[in-house]
Structures are given as structure tokens and as C-alpha cells.
Design a protein around this ligand. Structure first.
Ligand code: ATP
Ligand code: LTN
Length: 327
């Protein structure tokens, strides 16, 4: 069975964009691959985080993974920071990655502009991500389009390491990118993607939002003055994003949705979108509430820690030997 690894950062509260664009792919993949799902908590601290909020976001993310349908019996679920080999392998990879490529990463360019006096970790972020992937000999890495460049860098790092040390030590991973309709726009500024760290929370639906907040946010979503429910990302980004949410959560095709709402007004459609979102999120929230403070969650993480430490230790001992760090 092929092996898959992926994870999300607990850099804020999880959004319906993260759910549609990332978590649902994980759920679809869990029967197809031997699957490793983690919380990229060490990646989250590349941007300043309040320690208390970070701790809460980490635990909530694990509970949400499971509440959304990631089955702990089918996936190894773990915290990146519980497995210290990630950082150890990352260091060795840092010493095998040309400095110049890091500054060319789109995410680095964006985030370094946004955060004054950013720290070195923001630059070396993709190398830690390469370690996350390469330690597990992952065949596939499902990510959003914005992370594709990082998976490609992981491939380059693996290839050049293998070449330099004349080995086939690292497996070359394949990125798997979620489809275009799974990219959800911000409800207030739909030309931007909905993002956990958005300043204006009115444009973002969080998985743990109350029903009243979800309805208010969707009813207040920016649309256009045409009154035509048509998927056209370029010219009608607001309504297209709502159509994308509806499509993703109901399984109806875009054409079926356009046909169903022909001649209807935006208010009617928004109300239906809100119903679908509420009906999706309420059962997730109920499962989340039972899990978040449970011992079951700690047991799942302990199990993930032990399983991944075993794999990562073996890989780390081998890599040390290859580079000459063994005794
Ligand atoms: P941040 O604001 O911290 O950058 P984010 O919410 O933009 O966070 P990421 O942590 O960068 O999200 O992404 C996690 C995963 O969720 C990625 O695979 C990404 O493609 C996916 N994702 C994030 N936002 C959306 C969105 N609006 N629509 C679809 N997928 C998304
Ligand atoms: N950078 C990713 C999170 C991430 C990841 C990984 C995803 C860290 N390491 C390894 C896949 C494989 C993000 O921000 N979504």
C-alpha cells in the first residue's frame, strides 16, 4: 500500500476552507493509503504565536481531525513536536539545501512582507516540511496549490541528497493538489482565499463557529449586482465561492446548482448555503465537544508518537551513517 503524509498548521482556528480544501481529501484518502496525518505545530511558530492560544489550537486541531471523520484506526495521527527526529533530520537537510532557493519560495516572499522582523524559521520552513515528508518515505503528499512549491522543493532536496551521497535513500514524493473548486474565497473579499489568519473574521467561517455566526456571515457575504447564480471565478468571485461551498458540501455539480437556482435571488441561495454549512458543521461540533478534553485524545496522540518515533529513529540512524555522523 502506498504511503501518504500530510498535515495542517495550528496557526489559528480551522476554517471551512481548510475543511473543504484539505481535511476532506485526508478523509477520502484514508482507505486508499497507509496514512500519516499530523499537526504541524513547529511550523506554526515560524510566525509569532501566543503560547496559550497555540496550545489550545493544537489540541483543537487534533479533535477536529477526528470529529471531521479522520479515523484514528486507519491513520497514524500525531504532533510534529512530539517527534524530535523531524527537527534533527531537518538540520541535516538544511546543510544540504542551497540557501538561494529558499528566498524564491512564494510563501516566504508573501509572509516575509507581511511580518516585520520575521525570524529565520520562516525562511527554512520548507526544509522542515521536506523532513516531515522524507522521513516517512511518503509516496504522496496531498496539499493545496499554495503548498505545491514546497513539495517540489522536498523532491529537489531528496534528489540532490541522493545524488550527492550516491544513494537511493530518500523516496521522491508526489504532490497531489486539490481541485480548483475546493479553493474557497473569503466571504468579504472573495478575490482572496479564506484564511485562518485573516484580519476580518466576518469573511471566514470557522468550523467551531456558532450556528448564528455561520448564518450571519453567509448572509453578509459579498456578491455582485447581477442577480445571476453562475460560477465565474474571474467576474463573479463572491457568488462563485458560495457555489463552490454548496457544490463541495452537497455533491451537486456546478451545472446542477446553476440550473436549480436559475432566476432565483441571491438571498434564497445564501440561505440554502447557510443551511448546508450548518448541517455539516453541527454534527462535527458535537463530536468535537465530546473529544476535545478526553483521555481518548491523549491516547491517540501517545500512540501516534510511539509509532512515528520508531519509524523516524530508524531513518535518522541511517541518515547519520550516510553523512558520517555515526560513531
Ligand atoms: P494561514 O492563514 O495560517 O496561512 P490558511 O487557513 O490559509 O492558514 P494553511 O494552513 O496555509 O491555511 O493551509 C492548510 C491547508 O488548507 C492547505 O492544504 C490549503 O491549501 C488548505 N486551504 C487553506 N485555505 C483554503 C481555502 N480557502 N480553500 C481551500 N483550501 C484551503
Ligand atoms: N506547510 C503545510 C503544512 C505542512 C505539511 C507538511 C503538509 C507541514 N509539513 C508535510 C504536508 C506534508 C501547510 O501550511 N499547509
Amino acid at each position: 500500500m502506498k504511503r501518504m503524509i500530510t498535515g495542517l498548521q495550528p496557526s489559528g482556528r480551522i476554517t471551512i476552507g481548510n475543511y473543504i480544501g484539505a481535511i476532506r481529501q485526508m478523509i477520502n484518502n484514508q482507505d486508499l493509503y497507509e496514512s500519516f496525518i499530523f499537526v504541524a505545530d513547529m511550523h506554526a511558530i515560524t510566525i509569532p504565536q501566543d503560547p496559550e492560544a497555540l496550545k489550545k489550537n493544537i489540541r483543537e486541531l487534533v479533535a477536529l481531525y477526528i470529529a471531521c471523520g479522520i479515523d484514528p484506526n486507519k491513520n497514524v495521527i500525531f504532533l510534529q513536536s512530539d517527534n524530535y527526529y523531524h527537527a534533527n533530520v531537518s538540520w541535516i537537510l538544511e546543510c544540504n539545501t542551497p540557501f538561494g532557493v529558499l528566498g524564491r519560495m512564494t510563501q516566504f516572499k508573501d509572509k516575509s512582507k507581511k511580518h516585520q522582523n520575521f525570524m529565520a524559521g520562516l525562511l527554512t520552513y520548507p526544509i522542515l516540511m521536506a523532513a516531515d515528508i522524507l522521513i516517512y518515505d511518503a509516496d504522496i503528499v496531498p496539499v493545496g496549490k499554495d503548498q505545491k512549491q514546497h513539495v517540489e522543493l522536498a523532491r529537489d532536496i531528496a534528489e540532490s541528497f541522493n545524488k550527492r551521497y550516491n544513494t537511493e535513500f530518500f523516496k521522491i514524493p508526489e504532490p497531489v493538489i486539490s481541485k480548483e473548486t475546493s479553493k474557497i474565497g473569503d466571504l468579504i473579499d472573495p478575490t482572496k482565499k479564506m484564511s485562518k489568519s485573516a484580519e476580518n473574521k466576518k469573511g471566514v467561517i470557522f468550523l467551531l463557529d456558532s450556528e448564528a455566526d455561520i448564518r450571519k456571515k453567509i448572509m453578509g457575504a459579498t456578491t455582485d449586482s447581477e442577480m445571476n447564480i453562475k460560477y465565474d471565478v474571474e467576474n463573479k468571485p463572491g457568488i462563485s465561492s458560495l457555489i463552490a461551498i454548496y457544490h463541495e458540501l452537497t455533491g451537486l455539480s456546478i451545472a446542477e446548482i446553476e440550473e436549480k437556482y436559475k432566476g432565483q435571488n441571491y438571498g434564497t441561495f445564501k440561505k440554502d448555503v447557510a443551511d448546508v454549512v450548518v448541517n455539516t458543521l453541527i454534527p462535527i461540533q458535537e463530536r468535537f465537544n465530546k473529544l476535545v478534553n478526553s483521555k481518548e485524545l491523549d491516547d491517540i496522540l501517545e500512540n501516534g508518537k510511539n509509532k512515528t518515533l520508531e519509524i523516524a529513529k530508524a531513518k535518522y540512524e541511517q541518515i547519520k551513517k550516510i553523512v558520517g555522523l555515526d560513531r
